[in-house]
Design a protein around this ligand. Structure first.
Ligand code: ADP
Ligand code: MG
Length: 316
């Protein structure tokens, strides 16, 4: 039986930190990423892909701000859905072309995904996730007054050192899980829960409502992987390993570890909160829920890591 791998792609898979984010740049990065995905397909893995959207949502939010005197500005849930379509399309197009060259006709489908969160999640009380453009203090306070945004100073100095912050609640459930499973059964390569999915809450009558919040894409990736009973959760980022004592003289790469060892390292504070922390948390949750293994490595090392030769591998 071929194994189902959920692949969480980091920011660098679509836009490098130093790039502006032109369509050409993004397609070039996606092409490099897709080369790895095509190799995984050739090795017989079934694939469900998820991805970040920070830079794309950031740029779209700037367009909402700058264009608001000409066309209505769209809220964050819609911006999130827009980036799922945008990035999904780039992968659909690029993968399709690669497979065409190999004479393979594989359906590739993006599912715009809604992810249930609890409206009482503590992060709604104290939002933590900066989004969109940087503002001066005056601009930020004006937006606070006019639009009810929560704004915070995010850098100690600089002229524009304020940003809007939004809650980053825990993902609970993938609303489109059954549809995604059916597509995987039909042998499609599926792209889902991009940018962590659009966060939605349940209304009193059981219906759902989109929220202005951002879900961590690795944590949502774990919920996605669990809900389709994936064998492997592969988190691809810009480092080959998670490390102990990250950035210090005694930094040490982490190879194969158990869940208990990962939990201990997490408690000891080796993983930064907004970056490696959620990856380790997501990996631990996946293996604890019965997943075979979770891997954290770089895009280039994906295949080697699947073969057990490199990367940080968390197993029971
Ligand atoms: P992505 O876009 O892939 O989610 P992030 O920037 O969120 O990427 O996370 C990857 C980054 O996590 C690395 O580039 C590194 O700077 C940082 N990081 C924090 N703690 C660690 C650690 N203990 N080991 C390795 N990298 C770490
Ligand atoms: Mg990240």
């Amino acid at each position: 039986m071929s194994k189902l791998v959920v692949i969480a792609l980091g920011g660098n898979a679509i836009k490098q930190a130093h790039q502006e984010g032109t369509a050409e740049e993004q397609f070039r990065n996606v092409a490099i990423t897709c080369e790895q995905l095509v190799k995984m397909n050739a090795l017989g893995y079934k694939m469900l892909i998820t991805h970040g959207n920070g830079p794309q949502a950031g740029n779209l939010l700037i367009q909402q701000e700058e264009g608001k005197t000409i066309v209505p500005s769209q809220p964050l849930d819609i911006v999130g859905a827009m980036t799922q379509g945008q990035i999904g399309y780039m992968f659909q197009n690029t993968l399709k072309n690669y497979f065409l060259k190999k004479g393979k006709d594989i359906p590739i489908v993006t599912v715009i995904t809604q992810v249930l969160v609890n409206k009482n999640d503590p992060d709604f009380q104290d939002p933590s996730k900066p989004v969109g453009p940087f503002y001066t203090k005056e601009e930020a306070l004006k937006l606070q007054k006019e639009k009810g945004y929560i704004v915070k100073q995010v850098k100690p100095t600089g002229e524009k050192n304020w940003r809007r912050v939004v809650p980053s609640p825990e993902p609970l459930q993938i609303l489109e899980a059954n549809a995604i499973e059916a597509l995987l059964k039909a042998r499609a390569i599926v792209i889902a829960s991009g940018g962590g999915g659009v966060p939605v809450m349940k209304n009193g009558d059981g219906t759902f409502k989109g929220l202005e919040a951002v879900i961590d894409k690795d944590k949502a990736g774990n919920v996605l992987a669990q809900s389709v009973k994936a064998n492997i959760f592969l988190i691809l980022t810009d480092v080959e390993h998670a490390s102990k004592n990250f950035g210090k003289k005694n930094e040490e790469k982490i190879g194969k570890i158990t869940v208990e060892e990962a939990e201990k390292l997490f408690r000891e504070g080796h993983f930064l909160k907004g970056s490696m922390g959620p990856k380790i948390t997501a990996a631990i949750r996946f293996v604890k829920a019965g997943g075979e293994k979770a891997i954290i490595t770089s895009l280039e090392k994906a295949i080697e890591a699947l073969e057990g030769k490199t990367g940080t591998i968390i197993e029971k």
